[in-house]
Design a protein around this ligand. Sequence first.
Ligand code: FES
Length: 88
Amino acid sequence: MFRLNEEFCALANHCVHQGGPVCEGQVSGTLAPDGEGGLCYEREGEVVSCPWHGWEFDVRTGEALADRNYRQPTYEVVVEDGTVYVEA
Ligand code: FES
């Protein structure tokens, strides 16, 4: 589960690549084209990298950044009276 300010996101832990423990990966941003032929760092806190082979996933959608044909399953998150629930 990830918290982005007031938003919560939940992903399956077993990586869609080869089953690595996504929850043990580093949360960061990613490099993206800057429109001038270079790269810029963006989306801090919105990307988790699987620790086994480094695939990066969007924590909101579960999409693999390098190939959107791959996606970590996501779960609905509900906050009620200050308690966070994940609907599986
Ligand atoms: S098992 Fe996650 S990137 Fe390979």
